[in-house]
Write a protein that binds this ligand. Structure first.
Ligand SMILES: [Zn+2]
Length: 210
């Protein structure tokens, strides 16, 4: 019966779609492929937390979500971040800043992949989106540029016109590689005098040794 298939489908791992999902909508086999690193380091003096190492499995999962529009994977990433924030008791933020993409990227991709992940948990955490923070420049893809051009490319690419005095902000992005984008986001936020800034990302290609 068709209903049986629908029911079964709901319980399947959102990555391989073969086995029943256990945690974060992933099956045991897929969960085994994750490399949970729980890294903590600083970007411009601000506390940064990264959950997973950007290994092949994570790279494929994120690419499938972003570029193949396998949008249901927002639940996987949302659940990862949500569980982590709960476990570390990281609730005390006024705002979450879902790293914004430029309009052209959003139009091309068809959805805001970072915000959709936050949609999964934001209501439960009682945090608001920092919607006044915008990406105002259509930056080029960073890795094709020289070192100097990268800085110029990112400069003034974000904008916010809101006094953040006394406000605590959690910035979320999917991957942190060079951290240049994150630095530009922090510099933009700093101009508006926030009380605190913390950063969280799903994955990074750098492993912080403990
Ligand atoms: Zn699986």
């Amino acid at each position: 019966m068709i209903l049986d298939f629908l029911f079964l489908d709901e319980n399947l791992c959102l990555s391989c779609k073969r086995e029943t999902h256990e945690i974060h909508f992933l099956c045991e086999e897929c969960l085994d492929k994750l490399d949970f690193v729980d890294n903590e380091f600083k970007i411009l003096d601000y506390n940064t937390r990264v959950l997973y190492f950007y290994n092949d499995f994570m790279a494929n999962l994120i690419a499938d979500y972003k570029f193949n529009r396998n949008t249901s994977l927002y639940k996987v990433f949302g659940s990862m971040i949500y569980s982590y924030l709960k476990e570390k008791k990281l609730f005390n933020f006024d705002y979450i800043l879902a790293t914004p993409s430029s309009k052209s990227v959003l139009n091309k991709r068809g959805f805001d992949h970072i915000r959709l992940i936050c949609d999964y948990f934001i209501k439960d955490l009682g945090i608001s989106y920092l919607d006044s923070f915008k990406k105002i420049k259509n930056t080029k893809v960073q890795h094709i540029l020289s070192r100097e051009d990268r800085e110029v490319n990112l400069k003034n690419s974000f904008f916010i016109d809101e006094d953040l005095t006394g406000k605590s902000i959690l910035v979320f992005d999917d991957i942190i590689t060079s951290s240049n984008t994150m630095k530009e986001i922090i510099r933009t936020l700093e101009k508006n005098n926030p009380d605190s800034i913390e950063i969280i990302a799903l994955a990074s290609s750098h492993r912080v040794k403990k």
